[in-house]
Design a binder for this molecule. Structure first.
Ligand code: PBG
Length: 317
């Protein structure tokens, strides 16, 4: 009996559990569809504002912004990422003007969208990511994003010491109230594939030297302890679906809110199979999100956030 099942369900999804990741691209006049993510677009500044309002109206609790600069603005240091008039900073201001403090505004704090080589940091003379030089860039990036009005920054580059450096940088300019969502366990995953198209990434190689090996769990727990020590306010596991055990372990061992990021490839798999008529799209979406909640995520970043929040509010959960 559905009413009874509903009553005794151990896991519930609520619109406020959901955070919408959104892409905004500089220099376009119309949204550009992302081929590998049917239904997701690179927004113009205008359509991003609309998407933020729609998410808010649907009951979604936050939006995570990614900026896509014009190609000619990419360089080795990713300077567009720290330009106060760079696309991400502009987008933060736009969304803030539209929704104020009603929706939690979050920003990706990483250089990969802004570097011409596509890596999450700056490179040394041998072409390897230079951890400490990158931290200086992140500190500056945190400050310009905070100045633009962001509520939460999400350092996602997996550099050692990034959370501490970002916390210091924010405190130095009096932005103690800007929170840090740390990408604590970020695995080197094949499921980031469609994201590369979404942000027009120039990456040629891979991120194996700074992202985690899918085989490891204890390593994530070590990263977790470091992030908390350095001042993370919230922690994240990413991707979500293939790492539910990591999520459960993290959730069981911390008292800060835990987020999971259902990434581009997880989205694409369901959409592609549904398009072929091989699975029931709506049921599959809810099942993936319920699984992530059941494993212990307080919040879920998902490209389906607005749609699912609407359905949940309409009682179609
Ligand atoms: C780094 C970043 C990535 C994603 C979010 N932040 C890409 C990566 O680390 O390779 C992936 C998100 C997704 O695949 O949906 N800026």
């Amino acid at each position: 009996m559905p009413a009874l099942r509903r009553m005794v369900a151990e896991t519930r999804l609520h619109p406020a559990d959901l955070i919408l990741p959104a892409f905004v691209r500089e220099g376009i006049t119309r949204p550009v569809p992302i081929q590998a993510m049917p239904g997701v677009v690179q927004h113009t500044r205008d359509t991003l504002r609309k998407a933020a309002v729609e998410a808010l109206e649907a009951g979604v609790s936050g939006i995570m912004l990614f900026g896509v600069p014009e190609d000619e603005k990419k360089d080795a240091a990713g300077t567009a990422g720290t330009d106060p008039d760079g696309i991400l900073q502009v987008a933060i201001r736009d969304v803030k003007a539209e929704v104020g403090d009603e929706l939690v505004i979050m920003s990706d704090l990483c250089l990969d969208e802004f570097t011409d080589h596509g890596h999450c940091g700056v490179l040394d003379a041998e072409g390897r990511v230079d951890n400490d030089a990158t931290l200086e860039r992140y500190a500056e990036m945190a400050q310009v994003q905070a100045d633009a009005g962001v509520h939460v920054v999400g350092p996602s580059g997996m550099m050692d010491g990034q959370v501490g450096v970002v916390r210091d940088a924010l405190d130095t300019i009096g932005k103690e109230d800007v929170s840090i969502l740390a990408y604590t366990a970020k695995y080197s995953s094949a499921f980031y594939g469609p994201f590369r198209e979404a942000v027009g990434s120039s990456l040629k190689g891979d991120r194996k030297t700074y992202q985690q090996d899918p085989a490891n769990l204890r390593e994530s727990m070590r990263e977790l302890a470091l992030d908390l020590e350095e001042g993370a306010d919230m922690v994240m596991v990413k991707p979500a679906g293939p790492y539910l055990d990591v999520l459960a372990e993290v959730a069981a061992s911390v008292d800060v809110p835990v987020a999971a990021y259902q990434i581009s490839g997880e989205y694409a798999m369901v959409e592609a199979a549904a398009e072929k008529g091989w699975i029931d799209r709506d049921k599959a979406i809810l099942e993936t999100l319920t699984g992530i909640r059941r494993a212990g995520a307080r919040m879920i970043l998902t490209y389906w956030a607005t749609e699912v929040a609407r359905n949940l509010s309409a009682g179609r959960g």
